[in-house]
Design a protein around this ligand. Structure first.
Ligand code: ADP
Ligand code: ADP
Ligand code: MG
Length: 515
């Protein structure tokens, strides 16, 4: 096993990888951009290297800086996390050229399935059913594109071959709109991914997004760890994931897992990967894409299969075979994940940044909170809005929903707006509770309830708390609260073991308002 690895990422996923490394006695090297200087992944690491300014293009996406950091700190391997360079085969090549192991698939496998068009071709050859579509679309040849579109039928999607994170996808309902959608998708893909290749896919609706976790070693073993249900999406981005899926019977699970393993074997895949499918109402399923990395929502699989996927990634990258199975892999109980994003659910989910004054993670049976949050974190504007993931496990789906509701209510994030009210409203929705939803459901049928009327007692409590907080500020000779700096406030709250900032006022308010 490795003695020391570099984690080429930030945020909750860097912390997630560090936890397993600490359990296994592996030292970690963090890389960080200037605004991430005080981030937890830097503090937790055995060594840390600054790789540049906030913009990812000048730090987390610069291959040479990361390889150089690994060489200088004696890291034997690199874990890429997700996003950033995790699916970039040139990064894999660069690590290998420097004699550093890459904790992920070989570059060749990544190239083979990394873009959606070549992955579709490979799957067709491997006998896995793909969404009906047209792979060879020349944006300059409108006549052929129209003919192909008529053959597929409307509505259809124009998709970017290099796309990811829901980008470069356009829904087309009428032939008249085809050309403009092709232009829009192509230019978004060119500017975001540096590749304007587009293709057409039949729009499968209503459908569920169901994906299969696979893990393959260097000894020819490939194994599937069941499915995740990821149909709760906004703008083609996942918000809530669960394992297993209410729509997947044991027989369908077997078929999906077999298809996912075939997909992995078709390209000599190694390490952790996810094969995404669309499942329609009658249980037919179609291959969507492969994500050649650890997925954001991997914890729900870990909880129902009792595995540590990062530990398996490390073992497989170090050349060990997958452990022998003593019994068939079966999901146990139910797990749900809510992505806790810094965004305002009452204002069309616009991103929210700023100073996290206070965090209180939920605790108790069956609760896991993977997050980058801490008191005093200044959420940088440079990266995505994912602050953390709240994951629960329980014996049944119904109990998991109840547990998630309890845990969301226990979670306190003061100072930065989060989407927790959205999750609470979703959990209360009858369609979510009965499992009756599809990828288009959230945007078509779910409405955020109006902001609750303010309780007048809250206002009184706020005024009382403001006076109290200002007295605390005056008592220690530093004057009233507003003139106290962020660092002073953080140091002081640590010294007195309580919250004296605005978070403290809120804690007070909660106490008063509920009494
Ligand atoms: P998952 O499929 O694991 O749910 P997401 O689509 O939510 O993954 O993306 C995972 C992470 O990777 C997010 O931080 C997202 O911003 C980032 N990401 C996704 N696709 C790309 C891409 N093509 N380039 C850069 N970052 C990406
Ligand atoms: P990305 O790389 O951005 O994750 P995907 O191809 O995985 O792109 O698609 C993202 C989401 O868009 C899917 O989870 C699904 O909700 C929707 N989607 C993609 N392709 C189709 C399709 N052919 N029919 C219906 N919905 C689709
Ligand atoms: Mg996808």
């Amino acid at each position: 096993m490795f003695k020391r690895i570099l984690i080429a990422n930030r945020g909750e996923i860097a912390l997630r990888v560090q936890r397993t490394c600490r359990e296994l006695g592996i030292e970690t090297v963090a890389v960080y951009s200037e605004p991430d200087r005080s981030a937890l992944h830097v503090r937790n690491a055995d060594a840390a290297v600054c790789i540049g300014p906030g913009a990812a293009l000048e730090s987390y996406l610069v291959i040479d800086k990361i390889i150089d950091a690994a060489k200088r700190t004696g890291a034997e391997a690199i874990h890429p996390g997700y996003g950033f360079l995790s699916e970039n085969p040139r990064f894999v090549d660069a690590a290998e050229a420097a004699g550093i192991a890459f904790i992920g698939p070989p570059a060749a496998a990544m190239r083979a399935i990394g873009d959606k068009v070549s992955a579709r071709r490979l799957m067709e050859e491997a006998g896995v059913s793909v969404v009906p579509g047209a792979n060879d679309i020349d944006p300059a040849d409108a006549k052929t594109a129209r003919r192909e579109a008529q053959r597929i039928g409307f509505p259809l999607l124009v998709k970017a071959s290099a796309g990811g994170g829901g980008r470069g996808i356009r829904l087309v309902s009428r032939v008249e709109d085809l050309e403009s959608a092709m232009r829009a998708s192509g230019s978004e893909a060119a500017s975001t991914f540096g590749d304007a290749t587009i293709f057409l896919e039949k729009y499968v609706s209503p459908a569920r997004h169901v994906e299969v976790q696979v893990m393959a070693d260097a000894h020819g073993n490939a194994r599937a760890f069941g499915e995740r249900e990821c149909s709760i999406q906004r703008r083609n981005q996942k918000l809530v994931e669960e394992a297993p899926s209410v729509a997947v019977s044991p027989a369908l699970r077997e078929q999906l897992c077999a298809a996912a393993v075939a997909a992995a074997q078709s390209c000599g895949y190694r390490n952790a990967g996810t094969v995404e499918f669309l499942v329609d109402r009658d249980g037919s399923f179609y291959f969507l894409e492969v994500n050649a990395r650890l997925q954001v929502e991997h914890p729900v699989t870990e909880l129902v299969y009792g595995v540590d996927l990062v530990a398996l990634q490390l073992a497989v990258a170090a050349g060990e075979p997958l452990p022998e199975l003593t019994a068939p892999l079966e999901p146990r109980g139910w797990a749900i994940e809510c992505r806790i994003n810094g965004e305002d659910p009452y204002a069309n989910f616009i991103p929210a940044f700023g100073l996290v004054e206070h965090v209180q993670p939920p605790m108790g049976p069956g609760v896991r909170f993977d997050s980058m949050l801490f008191d005093g974190l200044d959420v940088p504007v440079f990266y995505d809005s994912l602050l953390g993931k709240l994951i629960v496990w329980a014996e049944t789906r119904d109990l998991a929903v109840r547990r998630m509701r309890r845990a969301l209510r226990d979670l306190v994030v003061a100072g930065v707006v989060t989407n927790v009210p959205f999750h609470l409203a979703l959990l209360d929705h009858p369609s979510f509770q009965s499992g009756d939803f599809h990828t288009g459901w959230l945007e078509a049928d779910f409405r955020m309830p109006l902001l609750p009327e303010e309780d007048p007692r809250e206002r009184h409590a706020l005024i009382a708390a403001a006076i109290a907080a200002s007295l605390v500020g005056a008592a220690d000779g530093r004057g009233p609260l507003p003139t106290v700096g962020r660092w002073q406030r953080a140091a002081r709250s640590r010294a007195v073991g309580m919250r004296v900032g605005r978070g403290g006022a809120r804690g007070w308010r909660r106490g008063i308002a509920s009494s």
